[in-house]
Design a protein around this ligand. Structure first.
Ligand code: ATP
Ligand code: NCN
Length: 398
């Protein structure tokens, strides 16, 4: 949501026609902030780098995080203003996407020097010339605005400086009422012209605390964080994620998922990104269940290898050490016979051909791995069998 906030704010400001947002700056707090669960800046910075790879306008700035002690937000904003002014002097045109006409530009050059600008002014579309220095505003959620009222948390003069000299862009958050909060605060009411409230209608009650909690519990956070960030968290065992094989299999690498999806287009074998994928065509020969033990067996017969040890086809139990990522019934020559699991039970019915894709990760040798990580299409079959529990015992067959 920290990244979404930038997008929401940019849209809202640009739509007014009075602003053109030229850049977003993400400034991770220093380790000196000592907030509970705050990871070392080194990791937070790396995760941000990964998360920001897909943005061409939100930039990571490491100045604040590189300091050993915590810096108040007012000072951080002052720092960025100075930086923006410096950059503007050196490469003024970098902030200009819309070039005014030469006559207009001359006029602006005469009147809009850095000193002419009030500190909280952002360049409007009309005034968009190289002589306008972009202003720096603090982007926050409504809860941060409301934290201004927490006794002893913020210095009054800092609040005045932040709101009076820079300005705020506040994204609404469930449970908050920024308008009311501003109304009840004398200082905020005084500078309310500088507070831009953006009502976000696509409510998203996500919070870092909740994401960290999910990670700690080994729950999936896919689609809440970028895949690359999830991989980083896993690799470095951050946020107390369970360091055990069970967890690793319950939350397989998202990048691996992507690779598998691509690989599924092709038949054959391959190693990519640390994972080994085997696609094979097999005949679904039998599915049987044992309600008392919870055991489920699927017997597949390799369609390629017709010469079995006993002279028949090789029947293969798919043990749980395999992660069945895909059981493609569309490739079946007799897909319709699969609609009823009872039919599958009956020996002698034509064996439907299925395409099975299994994935092993390099670190996890299949022989040692006895737990199911993911069952996709076969789950439909399994759900139809009443009173069957999928067990996680080494003997269980799927
Ligand atoms: N879902 C959200 N909607 C609007 N603003 C948000 C949301 N999540 C975070 N923010 C804002 O992001 C900024 C960074 O805050 P912070 O790091 O405390 O995020 P958080 O997700 O609320 O974290 P935590 O759960 O640890 O309090 C704050 O201004 C906060 O208001
Ligand atoms: O400057 C202050 O007095 C101040 C007081 C409280 C919080 N902040 C900043 O607010 C940001 C969010 O803080 P938090 O604790 O809500 O994650 C973080 O960048 C802090 O440095 C800043």
């Amino acid at each position: 949501m920290h990244l979404r906030m930038f997008e929401i704010a940019r849209d809202a400001l640009n739509k007014t026609g009075r602003y053109q947002v030229v850049s977003g700056i993400m400034s991770p707090v220093s380790d000196g902030y000592k907030k509970k669960d705050l990871l070392p800046a080194k990791h937070r910075v790396e995760m941000l780098k990964l998360a920001l790879r897909t943005s061409d306008w939100i930039k990571l700035d490491q100045w604040e995080s590189s300091l050993s002690s915590w810096t108040q937000t007012a000072k951080v904003l002052r720092h960025f203003r100075q930086q923006v002014e410096q950059q503007h002097q050196q490469h003024g045109e970098m902030f200009n996407h819309v070039k005014p006409s030469p006559s207009k530009r001359r006029k602006k050059q005469q009147h809009n020097t850095v000193a002419d600008l009030t500190e909280n002014q952002l360049p409007s579309m009309e005034d968009h010339s190289e002589n306008l220095v972009p202003s720096v505003k603090l982007l926050c959620g409504a809860d941060l605005l409301e934290s201004f009222a927490v006794p002893g948390l913020w210095d009054d003069e800092d609040i005045e400086y932040i709101v009076g000299s820079h300005g705020l862009v506040v994204i609404t958050r469930s449970g908050s009422d920024p308008q009311k909060f501003i109304y009840e605060s004398d200082i905020l009411t005084k500078y309310q012209e500088n507070i831009f409230i953006v009502t976000e209608w696509i409510f998203n009650d996500i919070s870092s605390t909740k994401v960290r909690r999910a990670l700690r519990r080994g729950d999936s956070v896919k689609y809440l964080l970028q895949d690359s960030v999830i991989d980083y968290v896993k690799k470095h065992q951050l946020y107390g994620i369970p360091d055990n094989k069970h967890f690793n299999k319950m939350m397989p690498s998202p990048s691996q998922d992507t690779i598998n999806a691509k690989e599924l287009e092709m038949d054959g074998m391959g190693f990519k990104g640390g994972g080994k994928l085997i696609n094979e065509i097999a005949a679904l020969e039998d599915i049987s269940t044992n309600p008392s033990s919870g055991e489920i067996s699927v017997i597949l017969r390799s369609a390629q290898n017709k010469s079995g040890v006993d002279g028949n086809c090789i029947s293969r139990h798919l043990p749980l050490h395999r992660m069945i990522t895909h059981l493609d019934k569309k490739s079946s020559q007799a897909a319709s016979t699969q609609s009823s699991p009872h039919r599958l039970d009956r020996k002698g019915t034509p064996s439907p051909l299925v395409k099975v894709s299994t994935t092993f990760t390099r670190e996890e040798e299949p022989e040692k791995n006895h737990k199911v990580s993911c069952i996709s299409d076969i789950g439909t079959l399994v759900r139809r069998v009443k009173n069957v529990r999928v067990g996680f015992t080494p003997e269980t067959r799927v």
